[in-house]
Ligand binder design. Structure first.
Ligand SMILES: [Zn+2]
Length: 162
């Protein structure tokens, strides 16, 4: 990202880019949910970290993490200009992701995070991962006893972020 903008404008431009990219990926995942027959998800539920999808009954929060903003190990990179700015910003984002996940888990939510690149390449697999989390919730019958329910943060097995 060449620094042709001042800092304030740059962050406005970046926010706009981010939200357009997000919408496309989120739509792809929502379509995959529908194809799988997954129901009961909502958007824009006010929870820590603003999950992209929330299954209220199952207390499952789904995040689609953008490769650049969330520091994907495959596609994340630190831009060459304004290194310090970006390094700090992207590090803060990653820390924030972890903190938000912890906070949700603390509140009795389960969290599934999927990478933008996985949603783009294989939306069905991502939707299946969410379905699996929902299904497991039903099997364990953990809804009634929230305190004893196993909380877990699920990530792709291959993700080096663990
Ligand atoms: Zn990626």
């Amino acid at each position: 990202v060449a620094d042709v903008f001042g800092r304030a404008k740059r962050s406005r431009v970046m926010a706009a880019i981010r939200s357009v990219g997000n919408r496309t990926t989120e739509r792809a995942l929502a379509a995959a949910f529908r194809r799988l027959g997954l129901k009961g998800w909502r958007r824009h539920v006010s929870l820590p970290g603003k999950p992209d999808f929330v299954f209220l009954k199952a207390r499952l929060a789904v995040f689609v993490d953008g490769c650049f903003w969330h520091g994907c190990p495959k596609h994340g990179h630190w831009p060459k200009t304004n290194r310090r700015y970006w390094r700090r910003k992207l590090r803060r984002n990653a820390e924030r992701d972890r903190a938000m996940t912890r906070e949700l888990v603390r509140r009795g939510w389960r969290v599934v995070r999927v990478w933008e690149h996985d949603v783009k390449r294989m939306p069905a697999v991502c939707a299946a991962k969410v379905a699996k989390a929902l299904f497991r919730d039903k099997l364990s019958g953990s809804r009634a006893s929230r305190s004893s329910s196993p909380v877990s943060v699920q990530r792709e097995a291959a993700s080096p972020r663990d």
